[in-house]
Design a protein around this ligand. Structure first.
Ligand code: UDP
Length: 372
């Protein structure tokens, strides 16, 4: 089984030359950071942010859902987190003493029908990763957690969520993120690792460079689907329920620009923490926007109303998820700087109008449209 996950160490953009030497020349004295899942949406934006901050990202990704084209900063290692030996080799090769762990499955709906797969990849995968990290003396971990650990938990729709709020995940996906947090916390205490779990609210938008952006297959997220509907090459949007106990009846979410989220990872990597410390931190803006407000923002940005209808509620959707984001500011000195909804939608639209990678059909049809 493990043989199938054997890693394939090689460089990203640059040709190979004189292995260790070349690596050291390329990296200089920059500290290497292993970024599992760094070919995915948030991982790629974080790799760029790390590089801009003077780190050397080593993207470790199986490419099961990430894109090779998204790896443009640092090095690339093709591997699976369940292969502890491959992870250990990558840590050795680059001398990485910190890990940012994104790799895992994220689709809430799929987790309801295939919970076993989510436990295998998200939880067993994280166990295996932690084993390799412990063996190689990794000192700092930043873990990709989620607001899904909270569920609704008896909270009112206008209440923001502090980190110590009740944890009542409403999907197996949320269960696996919470299980990973518990496991990481216990290993911090037992083995002296220091870790920050970042609980993301709704990541959205794209880097203004146009080089990287959101490309899930299949796409299930609201903003890309609303843009596709408005551009006319996606299906009309279905709004999942308008009878929630919220101001306009549609769900409230806290949309955070992916570059703000990336900056939070760099801050979590750099914050001074004693050995054995474990911190869980919300990464959101503290402001909720309804599905209707997002649909209107996409209409404004595209200059076309979003074709949509009201459908049934989606399984596992809590009515509202809005962060209390004060701990991120107090502990990490982090605050969002580009998460205004119109800015998020404008950046998402720039990417969606001409995605650099992702579904070939979608990219082709949009390129034709943009040259007309
Ligand atoms: N949503 C919707 N129609 C869609 C996709 C999403 O109404 O086709 C709603 C969904 O019910 C939720 C919000 O948009 O209230 C954000 O959903 P998304 O899947 O983008 O992120 P999630 O909150 O599930 O992480």
């Amino acid at each position: 089984m493990v043989a199938a996950f054997r890693s394939n160490l090689h460089f990203g953009a640059e040709p190979r030359a004189g292995r260790g030497n070349y690596r050291q020349m390329d990296r200089g004295s920059k500290p290497a950071v292993l970024v599992t899942g760094g070919a995915g949406y948030i991982g790629a934006h974080t790799a760029k942010a790390l590089s801009e901050r003077g780190f050397f990202p080593v993207v470790f990704d199986s490419l099961s859902s990430g894109f090779r084209e998204a790896v443009r900063w640092g090095a690339f290692v093709h591997g699976d987190i369940r292969d502890a030996r491959a992870v250990a080799e990558a840590l050795d090769e680059y001398g990485a003493k910190s890990v940012i762990h994104f790799a895992g499955l994220i689709e809430v709906g799929r987790s309801v029908v295939q919970p076993d797969l989510f436990w295998e990849i998200n939880v067993a995968g994280t166990t295996s990763l932690l084993t390799a990290m412990r063996e190689r003396g990794v000192e700092r971990m930043v873990f990709s957690s989620s607001a899904a650990v909270y569920g609704q938990g008896g909270r009112g729709p206008l209440e923001t969520i502090p980190e110590d709020a009740t944890k009542a995940p409403s999907s197996p996906y949320g269960d696996t993120k919470l299980a990973c947090e518990w496991m990481i916390q216990a290993q911090c205490k037992a083995y002296g690792l220091s870790a920050v779990a970042l609980r993301y609210f709704n990541a959205a938008g794209a880097d203004p460079s146009g080089l990287i952006g959101e490309a899930h297959e299949p796409e299930t997220h609201l903003i890309p689907l609303a843009i596709a509907a408005a551009l006319g090459d996606g299906k009309p949007l279905t709004v999942f329920g308008d009878d929630f106990d919220t101001p306009d009846g549609t769900c409230l979410r806290d949309y955070i620009h992916v570059n703000d989220l990336a900056a939070a990872h760099v801050a979590a990597l750099e914050v001074a923490l004693p050995a054995g410390a474990y911190e869980a931190v919300n990464v959101g803006t503290g402001t909720g926007n309804s599905v209707r407000e997002v649909v209107e923002a996409v209409g404004r940005a595209t200059g076309r109303p979003v074709p949509h209808s009201i459908g049934a509620r989606r399984a596992g959707d809590p009515p509202s998820l809005v962060a209390n984001a004060s701990r991120a500011k107090d502990l990490l000195g982090w605050e969002p700087t580009c998460s205004d909804l119109d800015r998020i939608v404008a950046d998402a639209l720039r990417w969606e109008a001409q995605p650099a990678y992702g579904s070939g059909r979608r990219a082709t049809s949009r390129k034709i449209e943009s040259t007309n």
